[in-house]
Design a protein around this ligand. Structure first.
Ligand SMILES: Cc1cc2nc3c(=O)[nH]c(=O)nc-3n(C[C@H](O)[C@H](O)[C@H](O)COP(=O)(O)OP(=O)(O)OC[C@H]3O[C@@H](n4cnc5c(N)ncnc54)[C@H](O)[C@@H]3O)c2cc1C
Length: 479
């Protein structure tokens, strides 16, 4: 179908202004293309998970070794070699690209690989960040200023809805603007950079097998780009991969709070709906996976009650303060600051309080006796200095014996999804026959590279890398 009723014509239409969309737009522009960004959200909340993220990317210090690391992290969920190679080379160029745009970049703290035992992990050189800092939308702010400097237009509150095709080629996109259809002709291509599908309960249930988990970041990640691509015959890859984290859901905000503050004296346990412990609560969580019974599993994946006592309540905030971790929707956008002693949140009812374990059981909906039994056993392990059930480290075996007792139910938080339209090393979206759909690109969380395990800073790195690749490739073609 040929359609001439365009509201706007450009070379490249980018959907979304997170890290992937920004990188695509900047690179496309710098390669000589005219670029327009269509963004679903208003200026105050645009920028997706990038805006509320740590904004730090992994320092890839050896592309060849990094390729091996990624291949090892994929385990049995293999990626095409050209994609691995492009990922390794392009993520190694991220820092150089950002400094070339004028960013001040530095290492953020001293991080080691989360999977040191895997071949190639020596390529992992920790995190890099704008000014060497984490969070506070620093990366998003920098990318926005680079976009403004170039005069690239961002049309806010203009969500893309349908891809427009002619003879099997994507030639534009239909969005909605001010309540009306808004048709954009893109002479060189459309880049989907619309983020994940973690806020689309149906997709989350179907693809991730999770029932209504809360999220950590933007509410805008509803799988729009996925649906647009699927409607025109795109294939999908690793739709069942994701990153989750333990956290507190509240009725007051759409997002949940990640309880990375469960540090210091670790006097807490996780129990299932029947009140029984099921895991070493101190197991290292490696961006959505943990080594359990000798194999990497997606973790946390199931709902669990987090239970602690007065000693742990006093030990410090469950949610890290903004000066330490200015990250997450509730901290960055809602500006909520968790109380140092957790009392404000207990007062609000976000955390349940009870004088006895029996009362806590009732309040959390655990069958009578289930929790008491687990705590008695756990306290016995604490006294003996050995967790016979799950092998939790002796130093973290702190008894739950100081009332009152507290608990909350962790969803867990679905931080972000990883699967989406299958794409190749040029960020071109592939159809069911493995052929590129001409004119269609995807980058970032909408189609992340990661099929299984992933390390810290990998996602921003992936979004920047394949965003740039998409912008560069699209700038060189014509419809
Ligand atoms: C709290 C938190 C902390 C994190 N910290 C880190 C970290 O430190 N390092 C790291 O590597 N990763 C981190 N991640 C993951 C990382 O932030 C994301 O993987 C990455 O930012 C994704 O970038 P993106 O551009 O693909 O998507 P996003 O940043 O989510 O951007 C997508 C954009 O598309 C827009 N959009 C959605 N639908 C449409 C539509 N229909 N039309 C137009 N626009 C649309 C959205 O509004 C948004 O602006 C974190 C994630 C979270 C939630």
């Amino acid at each position: 179908m040929t359609d001439t009723s365009w509201d706007l014509e450009t070379d490249i239409a980018v959907l979304g202004c997170g890290a992937a969309g920004s990188a695509a737009a900047i690179e496309g522009h710098d390669r000589g293309a005219e670029v327009v960004i269509l963004e679903k959200m208003p200026p105050a909340t645009a920028g997706g998970n990038t805006r509320v993220s740590g904004g730090i990317w992994f320092n890839n210090r050896d592309p060849e070794r990094a390729a091996l690391y990624l291949e090892s992290l994929c385990g049995g969920f293999k990626l095409p070699q050209p994609v691995i190679k492009a990922w390794a080379e392009e993520t190694a160029a991220n820092t150089f690209w950002l400094t070339g745009l004028g960013a001040e970049v530095g290492p953020h703290a001293d991080y080691t690989p989360e999977y040191p035992e895997l071949p190639g992990s020596d390529a992992y050189g920790g995190y890099m960040g704008i000014g060497g800092k984490i969070g506070n939308a620093l990366l998003f702010g920098f990318l926005q200023s680079a976009i403004r400097q170039r005069g690239i237009e961002i049309l806010h509150e203009t969500p893309g809805q349908e891809l427009i095709t002619e003879n099997g080629r994507v030639v534009g996109v239909q969005a909605v603007r001010a309540g009306k259809p808004f048709r954009v002709r893109a002479h060189r291509g459309v880049v989907l950079a619309t983020g994940g599908f973690e806020n689309n309960p149906e997709m989350v249930a179907d693809y991730l097998g999770m029932a209504d988990p809360p999220t950590w970041g933007t509410p805008a990640s509803t799988g729009d780009g996925h649906k647009m691509a699927m409607r025109i015959g795109a294939d999908l890859w690793h739709m069942d991969n994701m990153m989750a984290i333990v956290g507190v859901r509240t009725p007051d905000f759409h997002a949940a709070f990640a309880t990375m503050g469960l540090v210091g004296p670790k006097g807490y346990i996780y129990v299932g709906p029947d009140g029984s412990r099921f895991v070493d609560e101190d197991v290292q969580i490696r961006h959505g996976h943990a080594l359990i019974h000798g194999r990497y599993e997606l973790y946390p994946l199931q709902k669990a009650h987090v239970v602690f006592d007065e000693r742990a309540r006093r030990a410090g905030p469950l949610v890290p303060p903004p000066e330490y971790m200015p990250v997450g929707w509730n901290t960055v956008i809602e500006k909520y600051v968790w109380s140092d002693d957790n009392l404000a949140e207990i007062e609000k009812g976000w955390i349940v309080k009870a004088d006895t374990l029996a009362e806590l059981e009732r309040k959390l909906g655990i069958p009578a006796g289930g929790l008491e039994k687990s705590v008695t056993l756990y306290n016995r392990y604490c006294a003996a200095g050995e967790d016979e059930q799950f092998g939790r480290a002796a130093a973290t075996l702190i008894p739950l014996d100081e009332p009152p007792f507290y608990g909350f139910t962790s969803g867990p938080i679905l931080a972000w999804s990883n699967g989406g339209p299958r794409r190749n090393e040029h960020s071109q979206v592939l159809n069911l026959s493995g052929e590129p759909i001409p004119g269609l690109y995807a980058a970032g969380t909408v189609s992340s590279t990661y099929s299984w395990c992933k390390d810290g800073g990998f996602h921003i790195a992936d979004a920047l890398a394949f965003g740039r690749v998409a912008g560069r490739h699209a700038a060189q073609r014509s419809n």
